[in-house]
Design a binder for this molecule. Sequence first.
Ligand SMILES: NC(=O)c1ccc[n+]([C@@H]2O[C@H](COP(=O)([O-])OP(=O)(O)OC[C@H]3O[C@@H](n4cnc5c(N)ncnc54)[C@H](O)[C@@H]3O)[C@@H](O)[C@H]2O)c1
Length: 332
Amino acid sequence: MYLTPFHAIDISNSTFLITGGAGFVGSNIAEYLIKFGAGKVRVLDNLSEGKLQNIEPFLDLPNFEFINGDISNSETCQKACEGIDYITHQAALGSVPRSLETPLLTNEANVTGFLNMLTAAKDAKVKRFVYASSSSVYGDSLKLPKVEEHIGAPLSPYAASKFVNEVYAGVYALNYGIEVVGLRYFNIFGPNQKPDGPYAAVIPLFMDALLKGKSPFINGDGEQSRDFTFVENAVQANIRGMFSQVPGASNRVYNIAFGEKTTVNQLYFDLKDLVGSEVNPTYRDPRKGDVQDSLADISKAKAYLGYNPQVSIKDGLEVTLKWFAANYGPTR
Ligand SMILES: NC(=O)c1ccc[n+]([C@@H]2O[C@H](COP(=O)([O-])OP(=O)(O)OC[C@H]3O[C@@H](n4cnc5c(N)ncnc54)[C@H](O)[C@@H]3O)[C@@H](O)[C@H]2O)c1
């Protein structure tokens, strides 16, 4: 991955903090920054969902540091921000169903933790604070494609937490002058995304089942659609979000997606072909809190960040499948 860099400046003297850097998206950002010679990469993660294995190759590098800590502790956040130029904040408890089961836990990580990090970033006078928001903030709005200004009411505690992040980021930018960039991810997939645990996402679940010859569940009739986005494109958005000097680029939120609509059925049958499987899915009741359709207008990220998603869904699925086969395949 990452044949050419997404940034044009020298980063060998810059310091980066990735919260949630042992998780799926965060570890991919770490890989990019290490590959292109960042001065220092610090990861803060409590390993509640992330895996040390995702950052294993970097642990002994002189420009890499891992802090095993929790963002719900404000002192930990203050310490983690010391000497840092740029922050990309990925730590959060993902998953709509989890947030419906344990809303207080979601709030602690996603709202209290977020505010702790934003405050620590302001106090440390970082150059920019990029953070992961979510397409779930579009809530009950049926409008397609999704345009940043037009959101609906949140449908889950998770969506509410991400909406609150955006509100706080705006308030801190206004009052304290901190530069913030919010990225509303749309269904990111790729290597390091885990298929295990009760809250796994659809692509790892499908891949895991298909590789093991099992029938995966599809919630509802499978005609719900998503704008599936390969992780390398999300990494690009983070890098461009940290460095874009286009006037007006900071203090905004951006849709980060590929810009193409795929139904869950289409996704399943494409993957089934890729694997060469004969197994059909098992349909069950739709899930609470889920939106029916999702498709992003990515023109703002293109204009302000220079975001240009390079990896198609099909190419991304191939790379991801290879990774899954090596890490979770039947012989593992
Ligand atoms: N993956 C997606 O499709 C998607 C879509 C929309 C938004 N997002 C957001 O993107 C970000 C990254 O998601 P991901 O898919 O990589 O999830 P992930 O669960 O793989 O990574 C999140 C990381 O945060 C860590 N973490 C959780 N709570 C913490 C806490 N209190 N203190 C310290 N670390 C903590 C976890 O251990 C994990 O390593 C999250 O904010 C998520 O809400 C992801």
